[in-house]
Write a protein that binds this ligand. Structure first.
Ligand SMILES: Cc1ncc(COP(=O)(O)O)c(C=O)c1O
Length: 502
């Protein structure tokens, strides 16, 4: 069974690279005690259970417990287990948490990196924590049928075909492109033939490829505001001029008569990231007309469209007409797991050859054996079955989280654009709330939420305060615990609550 403490320790163990494993487990447990994640008089998990959860030997945990006991952080009571001490050793409460390495100064960085490298660094937003309550956008990677996938992979690896061991210049494994074309035509109403598909290492790589291959320095690119910072950073480092467009309940609001037409329009039509609205038919048509009129390309990021929990799935924007100026991009990061690093693009026919060649020149193609296994996993029906199962699971978890919000915070905290879809939802905060401070406080207590205000660019759009809460990778009992910590953080920040059970 996974626990919140286990998740916290796993995340911190990944960050801590110095010292032996027992020393790292000791340090992480001690930090959890000092930060109040493990409050005084809390019972620690049995050493065997914690060892299983952290995938370390029981001796490693026993050594860490012994060291904590010797230093007075915990106490062992025969027959009653191990408990956090009521009074912690004073000297350790003063322990500095500053890293021992000297951080480079801003000036040093500016001299070392290129202007665009320094600018990207300044905007870097990826969290070091990618697992646990409430990391947005993280699927439950423990639920994937790893055994089934590995069975296919090991069979194919025994006598691998030469074609899967050399560079790929043809847009990726042909069997996977075939399987995807079939899947996308049916599941996403995408208009495509196998040849139009190019396999990538995920959406990030697809955006990189498109911006390098189709844009020149300072070309204008429209993005949604608020929008996905990951795509924004890639467009930025490729020298594009980012023009934010506001978003409402119908999705992006495009400028009617742009003085400088955009070269690219980056949108998330099925499930606007991060607010959750769905791009209306009228706006879809408007965007397509605009793109055709100005010679722009629309990038359709369809990152989590598989997870719509009620009603019919919204068809893709790409499928709305024949040969539209749309580059459709998707990923297995949300349906399988992010570390797989496999995604795909469906490109208009006239771009197939140039984009394939440029992709091969830039990145070389790899992981063909995994792609081949994925093709089989899809065509044998395991992929669709896994998505169906996860749709049910995530829908249940989303409902559970919504109920917690209603019951302990109040209806007004559910953002009105939230649809019954996706892997995260937006908790709406009053305008005066400092969502950055609240997120930092929650993170210091082991709860990972992200501030909505940081997804905005520019000064023209009013910034809403809120928190992104990922629910897909959080079991219900962990959700309740993490939610109570979050609620406490809101109270400490002076947020007035309107719980239904008052
Ligand atoms: C809107 C959006 N697009 C794309 C991605 C990343 O996709 P990939 O892992 O395929 O690069 C994310 C990841 O969270 C996302 O939220």
């Amino acid at each position: 069974m996974r626990t919140l403490l286990g998740d916290y320790l796993l995340q911190h163990l990944q960050q801590a690279s110095e010292g032996t494993l027992p020393a790292r487990v000791f340090n992480c447990l001690r930090d959890a005690i000092l930060e109040g994640i493990l409050a005084p008089n809390t019972r620690l998990p049995a050493s065997r259970d914690l060892a299983n959860e952290l995938h370390v030997s029981r001796n490693t945990v026993l050594n860490a417990y012994e060291q904590l006991r010797a230093e007075g952080y915990i106490q062992a009571h025969t027959g009653r287990g191990t408990w956090v001490s009521e009074t912690l050793p004073e000297s350790y409460i003063q322990v500095s948490t500053t890293p021992t390495y000297a951080a480079a100064t801003k000036e040093e960085i500016t001299h070392t990196l290129s202007h665009r490298g320094a600018s990207l660094l300044q905007h870097a937003a990826a969290s070091p924590y990618q697992w646990g309550a409430f990391v947005p956008g993280a699927p439950d990677v423990t639920e994937f049928p790893h055994a089934e996938f590995n069975r296919i992979k090991s069979r194919l690896s025994r006598q691998p075909e030469i074609a899967n061991l050399i560079y790929s210049n043809a847009g990726g494994c042909i069997e996977l492109r075939h399987a995807l074309a079939d899947y996308l035509r049916i599941a996403r109403s995408v208009n495509c033939e196998t040849d139009q598909i190019i396999i990538t290492e995920g959406i990030h790589q697809a955006v990189d490829l498109v911006s390098r291959a189709l844009c020149d320095l300072n070309d204008h690119v429209w993005i949604e505001n608020p929008g996905y910072w990951g795509a924004k950073n890639i467009l930025r480092i490729n020298g594009l001029n980012i023009i934010p467009m506001p978003v409402d309940a119908e999705g992006i609001i495009p400028e009617e008569q742009p003085s400088t037409p955009p070269r690219l329009i980056f949108v998330t039509p099925s499930h606007q990231y991060p607010l959750g609205s769905h791009l209306s038919l009228a706006r879809r048509r408007k965007l397509l007309d605009l793109a055709k009129q100005h010679g722009s390309w629309i990038i359709e990021d369809d990152y989590d469209s598989e997870f719509r929990f009620s009603g019919q799935p919204y068809p893709s924007l790409q499928g709305l007409e024949d040969n539209p100026p749309v580059i459709y991009i998707g990923t297995f990061s949300k349906t399988i797991y992010p570390a797989l690093r496999i995604g795909y693009m469906v490109v208009p026919k006239n771009l197939v050859q140039p984009l394939r060649t440029i992709s091969a020149e830039l990145y070389r193609g790899g992981h063909l054996l995994t792609q081949r296994a994925l093709a089989e996993f899809i065509s044998e029906g395991h992929y669709a079955a896994h998505i169906r199962r996860m749709r049910l699971l995530y829908s249940k978890r989303r409902k559970f989280l919504i109920e917690l919000i209603h019951r302990y915070l109040g209806d007004v905290f559910v953002h009105e654009f939230n649809h019954d879809a996706g892997l995260h939802l937006v908790l709406k905060l009053p305008d005066h709330a400092n969502d950055v401070e609240i997120s930092a406080l929650a993170l210091s207590r082991g709860v990972n939420v992200r501030p909505l205000s940081q997804y905005y660019s520019g000064v023209d759009t009013p910034i809403q305060s809120g928190l992104l809460l990922g629910f897909a990778c959080v079991q219900e009992q962990d959700m309740t615990f993490a939610f109570s910590i979050l609620r406490q953080c809101l109270i400490e920040n002076g947020i007035e609550l309107f719980p239904q059970n008052r």
